[in-house]
Design a binder for this molecule. Structure first.
Ligand code: SF4
Ligand code: SF4
Length: 320
């Protein structure tokens, strides 16, 4: 564990590193209430194009790639893709709904070089999780995936969007997730991804209460993966105060939608691709607190301004 923390610290303290969140496919076997992707025509990155994109990222100091979707486990070339990224010594993180994982698939992922995974959990009551995900049985499959991945020693945490079903019961929810032996990772509600979203419309008061509770529970020692820096900025966002850790989307953190680099998922701009070459375009924006971009921004902000706190967050994550 100490070796893991030390090697990550060395990597994160190289000041120019970049993060990419890569939607390798938009195909998905769930139809979540807060997400519009499953309504779109499925498409995926071609593996040869993917290799060229990885070369481009490697050349431009990307040290961390989060593979997402859609559901990345549906991507037919996931194993060769991970192997290729691993060979470039880039840290790989996978975000999954956990419904397609088997012992065999987990073994292949591990062998290919994957270590870090977050798994979607929306509620501790199976029926509510399933209704959020749009399919019966998602909860039991996700819990089984947690068991498999824990057994195989992956670093694991939940990806849990604050929604109208869980915001009043966060303590019970966190206890449940922690009882599975994993850290609780909160995600600020999605911006307007699905126009018919029946889940994410929490009032500012409800969100304020929920985030304050998360901060309090983290300070009491509950196993919560989010940094205090991100949670505090979520609170400041709801209170319409300036962020302590500005969003670095487009300059240090990028969304890669299949094969087009974007500032983030909300900005529909394609800022560069294989043909144009690497082109950064930092912007001054505080329109959302989407965890993939804002948690990473807070992380880089801590690395620049408060390494002591970052070290504490690392210890907290790996020791829990
Ligand atoms: S939130 Fe994730 S699992 Fe749910 S439909 Fe969207 S891509 Fe699929
Ligand atoms: S604040 Fe949100 S919308 Fe604005 S650039 Fe960052 S991730 Fe995109």
């Amino acid at each position: 564990m100490k070796a893991e923390i030390t090697s990550l610290f060395k990597i994160f303290f190289s000041r120019t590193y970049k993060h990419v969140i890569w939607e390798i496919t938009n195909a998905c076997n769930c139809s979540c209430a807060m997400c519009g992707l499953w309504q779109k025509k499925p498409s995926s990155v071609d593996i040869r194009t993917a290799e060229k994109l990885i070369d481009l990222m490697h050349k431009n100091n990307v040290i961390y790639i989060q593979l997402t979707g859609g559901e990345p486990l549906l991507y037919k070339d996931l194993i060769p893709l991970i192997e290729y990224i691993y060979r470039k010594k880039i840290i790989i993180h996978l975000a999954t709904n956990g419904t397609l994982l088997t012992e065999e698939y987990a073994d292949k992922l591990k062998k290919a070089g994957l270590k870090y995974i977050c798994i979607s959990l929306d509620h501790y009551e199976p029926e509510i999780h399933d209704s959020v995900r749009g399919h019966k049985g998602c909860f039991s499959k996700a819990i089984e995936a947690v068991r498999i991945l824990k057994d195989k020693n992956f670093f694991l945490y939940s990806s849990s969007i604050i929604n109208k079903y869980n915001y009043k019961n966060l303590k019970t929810f966190i206890r449940f997730v922690n009882s599975l032996g994993i850290s609780f990772g909160a995600c600020f509600p999605y911006p307007d991804f699905n126009k018919n979203d029946r889940l994410s419309n929490l009032s500012d008061n409800d969100l304020t209460d929920a985030i304050k509770e998360l901060i309090e529970l983290k300070n009491k020692g509950y196993n919560i993966a989010n940094t205090n820096a991100y949670l505090t900025d979520c609170l400041r966002f709801v209170e319409k105060k300036e962020a302590r850790y500005p969003c670095l989307a487009g300059s240090r953190i990028f969304g890669l939608k299949i094969d087009e680099f974007r500032t983030c998922w909300m900005k529909k701009d394609n800022i560069f691709n294989l043909e144009t070459g690497w082109k950064e375009k930092g912007i001054n924006c505080n329109e959302c607190q989407l965890a993939c971009f804002r948690e990473a921004s807070a992380f880089i902000g801590l690395e620049q301004h408060n390494r002591k706190e970052l070290f504490k967050e690392f210890l907290n994550f790996f020791n829990n």
